[in-house]
Each structure stands twice: as structure tokens, then as C-alpha cells.
Design a protein around this ligand. Structure first.
Ligand code: SF4
Length: 308
């Protein structure tokens, strides 16, 4: 939720949809709790939780609820060390996906700079467990930058065969150093390109890898800079882009800079299509994982834009 005076000025287009009566919200809550799982929907206070959980989808967050980074816009708890890894987590997640009857699952994690492999092997085990138990399931991974172990970690994750490789660039080049303490704009671009190259080099029989990235707006950037970032992503062969409005999680977080108008989101969609993205999802309440299956299907089917 926005914090302070801007809460009063929240525009109409930021009104969120509550879970409708008879939706699957309560069932989802029970599945998440009974398996001791974490979701980024809850950890990040996502405004779409009523809608997504009501439709029976959620985004799982593995490797605990403590992140070893402290990005200024992020609501996830941070600390020097993360929690001990739960070796049963991959199996629990796979069982939860089966109970939920998912066709497409999005998995993300906290950053684990405290682990020698940055969590790559746990990622791989999670993808394998999901695929073994749910052979039809499409697995989208929203991975960190694996700082210090980048190439080996990317390859470890790719070897487990995710269907979509997502790494969020988060913001434009100029704003990046002020809001992402250990993040790096060029490293994010390199990761997205390198994932595709490694996939083609090591697993040519699998066909193309779909890559994806997301931008949060309202953190001090201009519309032109957003378009420039989209161009950079496209130049690194990224297939799917998502763009959504920043919401300040608390008074301690980065202040909201602006409510990005609907015309700007329309411009991002139009320019993104012209640039050749497979899918562009841009709107105030868009999040990286919001209607992720539709994003993938649009990219695979060549319909390019999913208007929001
Ligand atoms: S948009 Fe993503 S994080 Fe938000 S509720 Fe939906 S699935 Fe969860």
C-alpha cells in the first residue's frame, strides 16, 4: 500500500480487485500454510493477491523469507544471512502445485549471497521436483543475479529445464545505483543474454529459451528512460517485458515519485510491440508474475501484446 500523503491521492486506476465470493482464495491460503511455503504475493504485499489467489495462482518464494540484499523499494525482510535451506522444500512445492492443478507456475527466491553457490543447486532441485511430479507444468523461474557465481549458477538452473527464464532489471540505468545497493544494470542485461547463449550452446535440442524481464515505474525515472531500458532489453534478445507501478511498502522505503499515467503505459505497450517483444504487459497493477501464463502464451503464439 502507498504510504503517507500520497495514499490519499491514489488514482482510480490503482484500485485493486478483491477476491470474488466462491473464489479459490481460502483454498490457496490453506495449501500455502499447510505446506509451510512462502509466497512473494504475501511477502511483497502484492496488490493483486485477491485476484490471483482467487483464480488459483500464486508465486512461490523459495529459500526462506530473509533476503541478503536490501533494495530500497522491496518489502521482503532483509538480513546478513538467510534461513537454513529446507531440503524438503522442492517436494513440498511440487505437491502444492499438483494440488492447485497449476499449468504454469512462477517460482522466485530471496537473494542468497551467503551461500557458496548462491542457491543455484536448490533452484535446480526445485525445478526438477516440480517437473517430475507435474509433467505438463510450465515452470517460470524469476531468478536473482547469483552475484559471484553467475555463469555456473545460470547453467545449473538451465540444466533443470525451466520453460521461462526471468530476471528483472527493475529500473532504468540512471536510477539503478540509488535503489539497488548491489544490483547492476549491465549485469542484469548480460545475465539475460548469457542465459539464452548457454541454453543454445548446451541444450540445442530443446528449442529456444523464453527470457523475460520487468521494470517498476514511479521510482524517479522518466518515460523516455523506460523506453530506453526496453530497447536495451530487446537488444539483449529478451522476449517478454512487464512494466508496473511502484507502491511504497512503508515509510522506511523509497518514496513514491509519481503515479504513472495510463497514457504512459499505453506508450510502453505500443513501443514494445514495435520493438519486437513477444509479449508486453504494461499497466499500473502489472507485476512480473501477474497473469504469467497469458504472457508466455502471447509470446509463444506471436500475438505480442496483452493489453492491460
Ligand atoms: S501478481 Fe504475482 S505476486 Fe502478485 S498476487 Fe499475483 S502471482 Fe502473486
Amino acid at each position: 500500500m502507498p504510504w503517507g500523503p500520497e495514499a490519499k491521492q491514489r488514482p482510480d486506476w490503482m484500485r485493486v480487485r478483491a477476491a470474488s465470493p466462491g473464489s479459490r482464495f481460502d483454498e490457496l491460503t490453506e495449501i500455502v500454510r499447510s505446506n509451510g511455503l512462502h509466497t512473494v504475493c504475501e511477502e511483497a504485499g502484492c496488490p493483486n493477491i485477491g485476484e490471483c489467489w482467487g483464480r488459483g495462482t500464486a508465486t512461490f518464494q523459495i529459500m526462506g523469507d530473509t533476503c541478503t540484499r536490501a533494495c530500497r523499494y522491496c518489502a521482503v525482510t532483509s538480513g546478513k544471512r538467510g534461513e537454513a535451506l529446507d531440503p524438503l522444500e522442492p517436494a513440498k512445492l511440487a505437491a502444492a502445485a499438483e494440488r492447485m492443478g497449476l499449468r504454469h507456475v512462477v517460482v522466485t527466491s530471496v537473494d542468497r549471497d551467503d551461500l557458496p553457490d548462491k542457491g543455484a543447486e536448490h533452484w535446480a532441485q526445485t525445478i526438477r521436483a516440480l517437473r517430475r511430479r507435474n509433467p505438463e507444468l510450465q515452470v517460470e523461474v524469476l531468478v536473482p543475479d547469483f552475484l559471484g557465481a553467475e555463469e555456473a549458477a545460470i547453467l545449473t538452473v538451465l540444466a533443470a529445464e525451466p520453460h521461462v527464464y526471468n530476471h528483472n532489471i527493475e529500473t532504468v540505468r540512471r536510477v539503478q545505483p540509488a535503489v539497488r545497493i548491489r544490483g547492476d544494470y549491465d549485469r542484469a542485461l548480460w545475465i539475460l543474454r548469457r542465459a539464452k547463449e548457454l541454453w543454445a550452446e548446451h541444450f540445442p535440442e530443446r528449442g529456444p529459451l523464453l527470457t523475460k524481464s520487468g521494470i517498476i515505474v514511479g521510482m524517479g525515472e522518466t518515460d523516455d528512460e523506460v523506453v530506453e531500458t526496453m530497447r536495451d532489453l530487446r537488444a539483449h534478445d529478451v522476449d517478454v517485458v512487464t512494466i508496473g507501478q511502484y507502491l511504497q511498502p512503508s515509510a522506511k522505503h523509497l518514496p513514491l515519485d509519481r503515479w504513472v499515467p495510463l497514457d504512459s503505459f499505453r506508450r510502453f505497450r505500443e513501443e514494445g510491440v514495435a520493438m519486437g517483444f513477444g509479449s508486453v504487459f504494461a499497466g499500473p497493477l502489472v507485476r512480473s508474475s501477474y497473469r504469467a501464463e497469458e504472457q508466455r502464451l502471447a509470446a509463444e503464439g506471436g500475438s505480442r501484446v496483452v493489453a492491460y
